[in-house]
Design a protein around this ligand. Sequence first.
Ligand code: XIL
Length: 332
Amino acid sequence: MDDHAQAPRPPLRALAERCHFAIGAAVATQPFLNGEPDYCALLAREFNVLVAENMMKWDALSPAPEQYDWSASDALVAFAARHAQRLRGHTLVWHNQLPAWLRERSLSRAEALRLLETHIKTVVGRYRGQVWAWDVVNEAIDDSGDYRRTSFWFRHLGPDYLALAFQWAHEADPDALLYYNDYSAEGISPKSDAIYRLLRDLKAQGVPIHGVGWQMHLIEGWRLEDQHRRNAERLRALGLELSITEMDVRLKLPPDAAQLDGQAESYRQALSFALDHCRALLTWGFSDRYSWIPSFQPGTGAALPFDETYAPKPAYHALWQTLAARVGQLHA
Ligand code: XIL
């Protein structure tokens, strides 16, 4: 990759910083740990906030009971510090990517509580002062607006685990911003209504919760609607901040020019919304070379702002122009 020829200057993060905004990406384990030069150079150059795509999930951190392997997550924390980047921590309480030793164990309520408390305090405590915002609870509400009753944590603990998880995270790092994160809850729907009520009730009980993450794994054709603004406004009225945490916009493969332009428009609208309503916008990866989409949604992909050769796509230029226009307005 020719550092200068491919993406315009200044990089996204320089523009974002002038708007007091965080622009970021999820970091994939393999290219990061292998130190792939182009991958790491872009990561450092373009973004002022990073999140681990997998490295801070329970199965990645704790391969055996009471044992932690911090090598990957420590490397990410060090990289972010070296490049003056903030970190989002993802994720403390989720029903997926739990280690087999935990999933397969039969647990009493007391044991489940103890394991969860120990995990949260161990991980948050290790990175105290180094993680800007934690996704404390991920995907606890199902699409109908009920609790995700099949979740490991709901089955063992019922709904009580939510307030406890936030409390434990807060005790371990009182300065970290604590988020509830979920997908398909950006508009007004039974699911987003349920999330709204849940967060309202937690706030009313004095639970330390500071923000809501909208994952935004989108399909091309997504456009900003009034319902997104209304949902953001009701959440912000609770005193919560908002971030777009995992954005991608998948295309039918192979994409044509019209699809790439449509995708750029989705990114443009999301970022312009985020500059008004959110602390941060992170994409789930940044190059189509490493994206979860083709293996999880077969036949689709090309979901990110850089292509497989790290060349910026129309989506990248849309992000850049949206930030540059905002900087122009600020300094006009
Ligand atoms: C995905 C990762 O991208 C994949 O590499 C992994 O195999 C499965 O998880 N919502 C989330 C993320 O909160 O943690 C998921 O990440 C994508 C959906």
